[in-house]
Design a protein around this ligand. Structure first.
Ligand code: BGC
Ligand code: BGC
Length: 795
């Protein structure tokens, strides 16, 4: 079955191509007969359940039915609200924790869910609400949970049975915190790796996504059994994001997929029939558009294809205020998404307005009663299958399961299997017993870098080691393994050492990011922390260099590859650093616990130009310890101007002001290039009289960044202080007084907004005004995603 489908996909791909080339009209109306057929298993419901649901619906008021169709976020709703607004579902977004606590443990989550559940059961029709969360690589919002490699690393493992076990562990831990629904798996098939969510996709090969879609759905939910609810350690899965989230033009998040229907089907739709056939209870609509039409409002996709041709009997949930992006809609008013087929709108902070508008539209007939009843029926069906509607509801919530040893062992295995060996000249790896090893680089002891986005916080930023009580960093795990095998190992942040090592393991790569913050103008690795110099310095001393590269996608890193004797693509392996040590370090016997089995899930680029055409290493590439192949030297030219192609939120990068911005200096301010971490990677500004440095350029709209709690980040060094520094953004000025020395300053955009800044058409995004005597060195100035916890500077 799987083979046949893969073959079909290959045939379709061979004949289909980009829209322009195929000569097809750019239509956004699907033809269901062209799509693969599927069917929710009959066990998803039963005649008795359907009769019960019909009775319940007949007894419900209109308010109660509309309430079922709306989902609010815990940051903007309380259990008390449910008495007046009988909402059907509650979610916790990436930055939302119980009572504002992002570090809450499982018991606290269970308490919160319990309160909402009690309130919903008391209100109106007495139907318990459904609680959803993004457990996208384990129950990743919880400190102490088992955190797996992100999906791209699992794609490298090519092991559906492992995926099913990961699903089971994740479900057990989600259920352990009282929650009954995860917004996973992501079935995207990323085409353009500039997309910041590439790591949420398993692979470029639809056939692998098909196998994983099935495995993860079964792992999370278990097989659906007739007449029985999901077990207490199982949760509802979400196949997301329907459709072509990974196919948008230029890899733009929430963008537009300009492709033929054939390509949409062959490349992007394949995982859905597999997940639906396996019993997926929910599907999430994508933010993205297809040929100009927003999926949240596309009836041919949501109703005709998904519910019709694919026989999907569960509920379709929207994405975060995604309905508000349909032309003619706002986040608080959008009948059109429901008429198109959406059953449950994700209205995190807009739920009240949406409830009222939808109620009005139901009363005046804009939204037909048949559609409302269908939505309510699907939502109740999912609740019934989760065991929420019975006389004795299924109780989820055994906190002891979070981070259980057996779970951590699965994550360790997954981390090991996700590693891909790109280069191993002269057999530098595995590290021999007794070796003297230096472990260094910005990622050597950084849980945040190895865990990536969607971990504790939404963007994965602003975490500390204390947030991962059940994890070990790659550096620490390797040091322990090396010592265990009779060697010596030192972790040094800056690459310095006392005793000359035989080998240096340098761990580096991307800093954490998630949605749209991770979009890039090209696929070059930006070595902002002096990584290249560090590799070169070690190499020049005759020390063997092993690169362990942490990234959410394959990135052009030609120079780094050439400076390394061995290079390991480690993706975002999660919290179990021992999995990396198991493969890289030989034990006392002279053999490592595991060999390299991972293969590239996407092609590795030969330069920074995207999309990848002639890759350096094709998908499927990956060396083993048996291979003696020599790699390199490889191309080091990115073939794009890296500075000129930075984006609208980057004002200073490596000390330079990238286009479209330019620097303006008041008289009396001198600028010169200086070295902070690497050669001329920063610019020092010295004020000999009061004045400002400005970043000028074309007006840009930064509303989205404002809405999502982003911050301005200045990074460098304060060489000489001279009273407060005035930072102006979007026309509003705030004063800060950092201490002299290394500088990392973050000011939430919200603070500028509250001070009167307008983010609609920002022309001079940034201005820094100082007094005579100020000397400020900037390495970077940019907008960055952060948790909601950073306070504003005192006025
Ligand atoms: C939430 C995320 C959500 C995002 C939408 C954030 O504030 O925490 O869960 O996905 O907004 O853009
Ligand atoms: C993301 C979804 C996520 C949702 C809830 C959205 O912004 O696109 O993947 O499930 O937020 O956090």
């Amino acid at each position: 079955m799987m083979v046949r489908r893969a073959l079909l996909a290959a045939l379709l791909l061979a004949s289909g191509s980009a829209l322009a080339a195929s000569g097809e009209a750019a239509s956004s109306t699907a033809h269901p007969a062209l799509w693969p057929a599927a069917k929710s298993p009959p066990a998803l419901t039963s005649p008795a359940t359907e009769r019960r649901i019909a009775k319940m619906i007949a007894a419900m008021t209109l308010e109660q039915k509309i309430g079922q169709m709306i989902q609010a976020d815990i940051s903007a709703v309380t259990p008390e609200d449910l008495a007046r607004y009988p909402l059907g579902s509650i979610l916790a977004g990436g930055n939302s924790g119980p009572w504002g606590d992002e570090r809450a443990d499982a018991a606290k989550w269970a308490r919160l869910v319990g309160e909402f559940r009690k309130a919903s059961a008391k209100a109106g029709a007495g139907i318990p609400m459904l609680f959803g969360i993004d457990a996208v690589h384990g129950h990743s919002n919880l400190p102490g949970a088992t955190i797996f490699p992100h999906n791209i690393g699992l794609g490298a493992a090519r092991d559906p049975a492992l995926i099913e076990r990961i699903g089971a562990v994740t479900a057990a831990e989600v259920a352990a915190s009282g929650i009954d629904w995860t917004f996973a798996p992501t079935l995207a098939v990323p085409q353009d790796l500039r997309w910041g969510r590439s790591y949420e996709g398993y692979a470029a090969d639809p056939a692998l996504v098909v196998a994983y879609a099935r495995a993860m759905t079964i792992g999370l939910q278990g097989p659906l059994l007739p007449g029985k609810p999901l077990a207490a350690d199982k949760v509802a899965a979400t196949a997301k994001h329907f459709l072509a989230d990974g196919g948008t033009d230029g890899g733009k998040d929430q963008g537009d997929a300009l492709i033929s229907e054939r390509e949409l089907i062959a490349r992007h739709a394949q995982g859905y029939p597999a997940s639906i056939n396996a019993g997926a209870l929910t599907v999430m609509a994508s933010f993205s558009s297809w040929n100009g039409a927003k999926n949240h409002g596309n009836q041919s996709l949501l109703t005709d294809v998904l519910k019709g041709r694919m026989g999907f009997q569960g509920l379709i949930v929207g994405d975060w205020n995604g309905h508000g992006q349909i032309p003619g809609c706002t986040v608080t008013d959008c009948a059109r998404t429901f008429t198109a087929g959406l059953d449950l709108a994700m209205a995190p902070n807009s739920w009240k307005g949406l409830f009222e508008a939808t109620l009005r539209e139901a009363r005046d007939g804009t939204l037909p009663m048949s559609r409302i009843d269908d939505a309510a029926r699907r939502i109740l069906r999912v609740k019934a299958k989760l065991g929420l509607l019975g006389a004795t509801p299924v109780e989820r919530g055994n906190p002891a399961l979070v981070g259980a040893d057996a779970h951590l062992a699965v994550a360790r295995e997954a981390a090991a299997k996700s590693l891909v060996l790109l280069k191993n000249n002269d057999g530098v790896l595995p590290l021999r017993p007794g070796a003297r090893v230096l472990i260094t680089g910005p990622g050597a002891d950084s849980m945040a870098m190895q865990a990536g986005g969607w971990t504790i916080t939404w963007q994965g930023t602003d975490t500390t080691a204390a947030d991962y009580p059940k994890g070990q960093t790659i550096g620490r795990a390797m040091a322990a393994a090396i010592k265990n095998a009779g060697g010596s190992a030192a972790i040094s942040a800056d690459g310095s050492f006392k005793d000359r090592p035989d080998v240096a393991v340098v761990v580096y790569g991307e800093q954490p990011y998630a949605e749209f913050q991770g979009d890039m103008p090209n696929i070059a690795f930006r070595a902002n922390a002096g990584e290249k110099d560090m590799l070169a310095k070690l190499k020049a001393q005759g020390i063997k260099v092993v690169s362990v590269f942490l990234s959410g996608r394959p990135l052009f890193a030609g120079a780094e590859l050439n400076l390394s004797d061995a290079f390991v693509a480690a993706w975002l392996p999660g919290t179990q650093g021992q999995g990396v040590a198991d493969v890289l370090v030989a034990g006392k016997t002279g053999k490592p616990a595991r060999g390299f089995t991972g293969k590239l899930p996407f092609p590795w680029p030969v330069d920074a130009v995207s999309p990848v055409k002639a890759p350096l290493f094709p998908a499927g590439y990956g060396l083993t310890y048996a291979s003696k192949a020599k790699v390199g030297p490889v191309n080091e030219d990115p073939h794009v101007d890296l500075v000129a192609s930075a984006s609208e939120g980057v004002y200073v990068a490596l000390g330079k002001v990238p286009s479209p911005w330019h620097l303006s200096l008041d008289p009396g301010i001198a600028a010169k290039a200086v070295d902070l971490g690497a050669q001329e990677d920063a610019q020092a500004f010295a004020w000999s009289e009061p004045g400002a440095i400005g970043i000028d350029g074309p007006p840009v709209d930064l509303m989205r960044q404002l809405d999502e709690e982003f911050a301005l980040k200045l990074e460098g060094r304060l060489d000489a202080a001279a009273g407060p520094i005035a930072v102006t953004m979007a026309g509003a000025t705030l004063k800060v007084e950092p201490a002299a020395g290394p500088l990392t300053l973050r000011i939430p955009l919200r603070c500028f907004h509250e001070a009167g800044g307008s983010f609609k058409a920002v022309g001079t995004p940034l201005k820094i005004t100082g007094e005579k005597g100020l000397v400020l060195t900037l390495r970077s100035a940019s907008i960055e995603g952060v948790g909601q916890t950073i306070p504003c500077p005192a006025k």
